[in-house]
Design a protein around this ligand. Structure first.
Ligand code: MG
Length: 155
């Protein structure tokens, strides 16, 4: 059994969609980034790659490469899952926490989990996504950004 950990953070700006786990969340501001800036998908990619010691997202999909401009990060997640499988591992479960002051994500978590479960070929019950605020503290609390922590277990 192996554990992988991933982290991502993005700045929140007006005029960008807020995409989390492949789901468009209605919000006045979204994540700034080269791809669709799906911080949840990115943190999960790094957790999967980390569990298999395969490097990180930036190594495999460099933001300097125009091929990945506005990329669908769920596609990147599928590719990372395939890399993990090709290295001889199977994904047992993933768990993530999104740190964001607003909007509230509770009503979106089921569809986000379904989207990730589909991308990873996992049962719904093996994908956990949670949302927390940081009680107004720091960059996740003052609305300037969001952060995601994720872990994955591989066997
Ligand atoms: Mg990112």
């Amino acid at each position: 059994m192996r554990i992988g950990y991933g982290f991502d953070a993005h700045r929140l700006v007006e005029g960008r969609p807020l995409v989390l786990g492949g789901v468009d969340v209605p919000a006045p501001r979204g994540c700034l980034g080269h791809s669709d800036a799906d911080a949840l998908a990115h943190a999960l990619c790094d957790a999967l790659l980390g569990g298999a010691a395969l490097g990180d997202l930036g190594t495999h999909f460099p933001s300097s490469d125009p091929q990945w401009k506005d990329a669908d990060s769920i596609l990147l997640l599928r590719v990372c899952a395939k890399m993990v499988h090709d290295a001889g591992y199977s994904i047992e479960n993933v768990d993530a926490t999104i740190v964001l002051q607003s909007p509230q994500l509770a009503t979106f978590l089921t569809s986000i989990r379904e989207r990730i479960a589909d991308a990873l070929g996992l049962p719904f019950g093996s994908v956990s996504v949670k949302a927390k605020t940081s009680e107004g503290m720091g960059y996740t609390g003052d609305g300037s950004g969001l952060a995601v922590h994720a872990v994955a277990s591989l066997s």
